[in-house]
Design a protein around this ligand. Sequence first.
Ligand code: KE4
Length: 433
Amino acid sequence: MSIERSISAFARARTSIAGGVNSSVRAFKAVGGSPIFIKSANGAMLRDLDDHEYIDYVLSWGPLLFGHAHPAVVKAVSQAATRGTSYGAPTEAESDLAELIAGMMPSIERLRFTSSGTEATSSAVRLARGVTGREKIIKFAGCYHGAADPFLIAAGSSALSLGAPNSPGVTVGTARDTIVLPYNDAGSVEAAFDAHPDSIAAVIVEPYVGNMGLVLPKAGYLQALRASCTAHGALLIFDEVMTGFRVARGGVQEIEGIVPDLTTLGKVIGGGLPVGAFGGRRDLMEQLTPDGRIFHAGTLSGNPVAMAAGIATLRMIAGDATLYERLEVLSRLLTDGLHAVLEKHGVAHTTAYAGSMFGLFFTEEPVSDLAGAMTCDTAFYAKYFHAMLDRGVYLAPSQFEAGFVSTAHTIRDIERTLAAADEALEEIVCAKP
Ligand code: KE4
């Protein structure tokens, strides 16, 4: 498959943009080869500069629950832009989106918008530290909370796949205040609280982890985190940037019946435009400036065009009673089908799904934490990625990512994907030395 135009576009990009990309995972370093550059997208389909079309299971890393260029989102964004693209002053659109979010995630009594998930998680941690007067946080190995120093310790996602889970540039002082524990090990959390009495401001967790690949909590694990935080006076922060409105209307907190103290959001709530948010208990959020003393600000926070995309997206969510059932049917068809094809070809693997998120690990070990994820055959994943790309299926360019379906994906798309997987695995397994 010729991708000459993408190759020359990448060479051009590298003359002005560090690494030729504006987010590391896009460079295909974890799977090799030259990244494809996108010309356009619509529904479930991507089109690259060489006019190859792909069924897209990345969906901009999660935001596009209704697929690319959904008419309702395009219309809302276009109309908003004609009224001006940014004011740096409050608008009612911000309340419209905030009320839509709170209506579906009642733990969010007050929120603040940001322009990225990283800003949301960073601000949530600052708030937790400010209200508790404590300095340490607990995160979990393989979880990813954005490209901010407190989190780039044993971080997942592209930090992991690019060999920088502990990024240079993060100071010893910063790292000292981040306690890293294994995910799915409730005992280690209690031990950390005992070892650091009255010092831990918060536990931040991806309640369903999307940044090791998809890793789900063991029974009772999240409930144990909630109990430990309550017992030790620390805040529980659910980082639902990826899972919010993706695994269920009310996110993981709705599925698991857990009330976190703070929640961080992103991706879906922006409908493909730059929006993050952090929110939760009113008594906590009201300690933010200007009413309180814990600082938060952002030039484009609550940007009216971005709000319009988020409002259009969440109004479709709020108005669609069977949305998550239909999405889960697609995820189940895909993962059951992949399981069958991988069994047929004798390839060691585990699959999982949660709502419209799914995961595939090339390992025979059950994956419940980073140690399990690290047993994966990443070289095999790279071959699978390219074999699928050559057959018109665009997967995450890293083993340590989740995949996503949208309402734009059809049963026919799933069938085509499974047929491509069957061919791809035949090719790889037969070629294996
Ligand atoms: P952003 O700053 O990239 O908007 O959000 C950071 C973030 C925070 N929390 C969770 C649970 C996240 O998944 C993310 C970002 N997710 C990655 C995908 N694994 C974004 C893709 C990228 O880095 O380009």
